[in-house]
Design a protein. Structure first.
Length: 657
């Protein structure tokens, strides 16, 4: 870990919130923000206890707020009991049962709406079906679903019966599914026959069959299949069951399983710097509290809002800001099956217009793609309903920020540029729309109660203006509890001894502005790439390439900046046979890219593959990845290469296929 991180970016534009917006905001002005921060600093536990009592419905109230006795394995509200599904659905049945909960727009444009009463009934019927299959409290259920109302129902139904769900993105391969089934010890898979994206049908059930056929999945008792596409699929009896058949005749009420606040609500797998994905485990009480607070604080939730987060439920953003947060505060939200460019690049803007979306939350990658696809397109649509814009997944570059602000938001919508991670459960550093003056490219200030800092490699806090490693100094309710089945890896990854074992290491480099104290995130400090907001370990992609034992002898993967995806994957490959050139090299590169897509998923495909007779190594055999990063960026090598065993190889690797 290196503490020296320099920022050459200087941003001087500042956009204060409009007075009219400040007046109506849930956190109104910097004074209100500061008052909450002061309350948290004065009485940290009392601050979080007050918010937990005011926001969550408890079947058994907690008496202890924070238990630090086994740090860094912190426990929040652990002697209290509640149910996440009850907090998201039942609480609205008396006050707003007929309010629309979800507006679902399918890939083909068909719109379906469900009210809170109808959603509650669907969740109860499916929860009863899962119970009838013998699935119980604490068992793990894998969810591999298209973006749909049913995906939300599946997650909520698991929460209702106290089962722990693990959602896998529908673009991941059978091998990725297999790894997650084994690691989680899942007892059931909930999937669909297929899904639609961009006018194409993508099968899902065959990938589940392939994963289960890889062996070792003896824990799986049931596979429940939602009929989405209607295509013919293989059904293995008695294991496989249709969703519509298991829910038939089930009661539309279901007594929730009351669980303690620390009960694992879900496990979500994310890439680490080693080849094995990490099962990030989240609690019920603390996680749900943060989901609700950030809906109210960051998105300034109003009862009349139509909220739209464009993420997939396979990522944490889709957990916190589709499946849980919006429902817990009782908002109306849009759920979308398709892609932003189908049938044309106006799809997002048309949907905002049609559904009168007020709060729109998407990724910088999507924004950059839409600028390329038609920067003036938003002007053709009525986007006057918008009041807040948000970004998630990676830092947004100032030019894209300005386009988003002016062209989409009409220079009147605050942009909340949210920094957070799978591990944090919800927003950590973000502007508050009715309080924070905005600076393009900066995620600005931590939320009240989040004690963020920048330190050097020994854990010493650095002054504003000096770049270093981003850490969080105190635990917070929605934090990762452990890595599933591997507590030691959790401790080493997030609370390393080098930093004293009590600072949460985010894995990102950051700098604070000398004058404002605003945070700007400057990229990962480990071997994790951020491609389109999705984290992937370089080791994971390298392992996938080397798994092609017929062709690949060795591989090294690095990232390089990319205008659209933020970072692109570049792979340097040593083949077992002779190094090809011309069309043969292109064909081989395509074959290996497709191989990676099958091993991990299309999202991990290298944008570029370069072939070499060897990789740049020190005499002790260590691959010099920093040199590969320079080559991938197309920059001149200025570093000393005298320690290399084979400096001549560098010229070879500069040649792209």
């Amino acid at each position: 870990m290196s503490s020296k991180i320099e920022s050459v970016h200087q941003e001087t534009r500042v956009f204060p919130p409009a007075e009219a917006f400040v007046k109506q905001a849930n956190i109104s002005g910097m004074g209100a923000y500061q008052a909450l921060c002061d309350e948290a600093a004065r009485d940290f536990e009392g601050f979080w206890a007050r918010l937990a009592r005011e926001n969550l419905l408890w079947s058994k109230p907690f008496t202890r707020t924070l238990d630090e006795s086994k740090a860094p394995f912190y426990r929040w509200f652990h002697d209290g009991e509640l149910n996440a599904s009850y907090n998201c659905l039942d609480r609205h049945l008396e006050t707003q049962p007929d309010k629309v909960a979800i507006i679902f727009e399918a890939d083909d444009g068909k719109v379906t709406k469900v009210t809170y009463r109808e959603l509650h009934q669907r969740v109860c019927r499916f929860a009863n079906a899962l119970r009838a299959l013998g699935i119980g409290k604490g068992e793990r259920v894998l969810v591999y679903m298209p973006m749909s109302i049913e995906a939300v129902v599946a997650m909520q139904a698991c929460a209702r019966i106290g089962a722990t769900h693990s959602v896998v993105f529908g673009g991941f391969s059978a091998k990725s599914l297999h790894e997650r089934i084994l690691d989680a010890g899942a007892v059931a898979v909930i999937t669909a026959d297929g899904q639609f994206r961009g006018g194409k049908e993508i099968p899902l059930k065959p990938a589940v069959d392939e994963a289960l056929g890889m062996g070792g999945c003896d824990t799986i008792r049931d596979v429940v299949v939602y009929q989405r596409s209607g295509s013919a699929i293989a059904m293995t009896t008695p294991r496989d069951k249709w969703w519509h058949e298991v829910t038939k005749g089930q009661a539309d009420t279901c007594e929730p399983a009351w669980v303690d606040a620390e009960h694992p609500l879900f496990i979500l797998y994310t890439s680490g710097s080693t080849g094995k994905p990490k099962g990030v485990q989240h609690s019920t009480g603390g996680y749900l509290l943060h989901a609700m607070l950030t809906m109210k604080w960051t998105f300034d939730h109003k009862p009349s809002d139509v909220f739209w987060c464009t993420a997939d439920v396979g990522w944490v953003t889709g957990h916190t800001y589709i499946a849980y947060g919006p429902l817990a505060v009782g908002t109306t939200q849009v759920v979308f099956e398709g892609v932003p460019t189908y049938p044309d690049a106006g799809r997002f803007w048309k949907m905002i217009q049609d559904h009168k979306v007020n709060v729109f939350y998407t990724a910088p990658t999507a924004i950059r793609s839409l600028i390329k696809a038609g920067g003036d397109l938003p002007k053709r649509y009525d986007l006057s309903s918008l009041r807040i814009l948000g970004t998630v997944g990676e830092p947004i570059n100032p030019e894209a920020w300005m386009w988003y602000y002016n062209t989409v938001g009409g220079a009147r919508c605050p942009i909340v540029d949210t920094f957070w991670q799978t591990e944090t459960g919800g927003h950590m550093i973000t502007p508050l729309p009715g309080a924070t003056p905005l600076v393009p490219g900066s995620c600005t200030l931590p939320l009240p109660g989040i004690m963020a800092a920048i330190v050097d490699e020994t854990g010493h806090e650095l002054p504003n203006g000096q770049g270093g490693m981003l850490v969080v100094k105190r635990p917070w309710p929605s934090m990762i509890r452990t890595i599933w089945g591997d507590p030691e890896r959790f401790r080493k990854s997030y609370y390393p001894d080098e930093l004293g074992g009590r600072l949460y290491l985010a894995g990102d480099g950051s700098i604070r502005d000398k004058d404002t104290g605003y945070f700007t995130i400057m990229g990962r400090i480990d071997d994790v790439l951020n491609v389109s907001g999705h984290r992937m370990g370089t080791m994971e992609i390298e392992s996938a390439l080397v798994a092609n034992t017929q062709l690949v002898a060795e591989a090294a993967v690095v990232g390089r900046p990319d205008d659209t995806t933020g970072e692109a994957v570049v792979a340097f490959v040593v083949l077992k046979g002779p190094r090809p050139s011309g069309d043969a090299a292109k064909a081989l590169a395509k074959e290996l890219r497709d191989w990676v897509a099958k091993e991990i998923g299309p999202i991990a495909k290298p944008k570029e593959i370069r072939f070499g007779d060897n990789l740049p190594k020190t005499r002790s055999g260590k691959i010099m990845r920093r040199l590969l990063r320079v080559i991938a960026k197309g920059e001149e090598i200025t570093q000393d290469v005298s320690t290399l065993e084979n400096p001549a190889i560098l010229e070879q690797l500069k040649q792209s296929v």
